[in-house]
Write a protein that binds this ligand. Structure first.
Ligand SMILES: [Zn+2]
Length: 138
């Protein structure tokens, strides 16, 4: 049986998807220069080392940037507007592209707002999204 989830899994990122399915947000950290990164890649983007460790993120992050689409970019997204794409920085220093959940007042968002990870499952695919942490504006 082939599921949508299995289509997403490759050798490089298997540990990432398995982490999400287990409720853990995992990232890589270079053993040579200690740069952390996400999403999964075979080599460190800083020094090109292919020797790295997998670490588990605390789930705490801050909001770096976001966009909200009020008009669907494709008819397939019609039932999902307003649809957002956000860049967040994990407290471990990793910046990643994600979606925000549970935001009702987009005008109240501010750069640097504290966030925390939530684990969703969409059509069998585990996803990490972020919600405003206690103390965040809204
Ligand atoms: Zn490195």
């Amino acid at each position: 049986v082939t599921t949508a989830f299995e289509h997403q899994v490759d050798d490089v990122g298997r540990w990432y998807w398995e982490g999400l399915a287990a409720g853990e947000l995992r990232f890589q950290r270079c053993r040579n220069c200690h740069t952390p990164w996400l999403p999964p890649r075979e080599q460190c983007s800083n020094c090109l080392s292919d020797v790295w460790d997998i670490e588990q993120a605390s789930g705490a992050a801050t909001l770096v940037s976001w966009v909200v689409y009020h008009v669907a970019p494709h008819p397939a997204f019609n039932d999902r507007v307003p649809y957002n794409v956000a860049i967040v920085e994990l407290e471990e220093g990793v910046r990643t592209v994600t979606n925000l959940s549970g935001v009702s007042d987009w005008d109240s968002l501010r750069t640097g707002a504290p966030l925390e990870v939530v684990f969703d499952n969409e059509q069998g695919i585990p996803l990490a999204r972020f919600v405003l942490a206690p103390g965040g504006t809204e």
